[in-house]
Design a protein around this ligand. Sequence first.
Ligand code: VGL
Ligand code: ZN
Length: 198
Amino acid sequence: MTQALIVIDMQNDFCPGGALAVPEGDGIVAGINALMDDFASVILTQDWHPAGHSSFASGHEGMEPFEMIEMPYGAQVLWPDHCVQGSTGAAFHADLDTTRADMILRKGYRAQIDSYSAFFENDRETPTGLHGYLQERGISHLTMAGLATDFCVAYSAMDGARLGYDVVVREGLCRAIDLDGSLEAAMDAMKDAGVRIA
Ligand code: VGL
Ligand code: ZN
């Protein structure tokens, strides 16, 4: 069996001081780096939005960050502007060991649709290409860590399980946004989807 470590969105904007800071988001970097040598493949995802992305509250009149709207593909949380392509906020945390990565997967780069999952955009059907990459490399087991537990990590883990991968989420190497109980809901949904929490 071949194992990959998938490090989700370990970027400045999700760390303290960033535009969409996750509490203690930077506290997991050292632990993630230390895990990398145990894996045949290390994949980093990078949230990578064009300026004015449709998930940004700033482009929706009268709406505030963290409110919900209906998009053609379903419900969508509106976020503060974050991870704008090429910005410092979109860069990986300076301490993340990016040298070990064999693949960096960018997502959320289409203006009209968000992409939490590393596998599919938020319509749940437009593929990012990650499944093809993993299949071609014979990777069957995925370990996930990063930000945020209740959004991009959870969506990635559940899609991975749905696609037939053995998925482990390293809970201690993730941090959550936790909007209105979203962390508990995400943990329950991951368990229901067959994701193992370690
Ligand atoms: C994320 C909200 C918006 C995440 C990305 O990485 O969990 N959350 N964009
Ligand atoms: Zn985003």
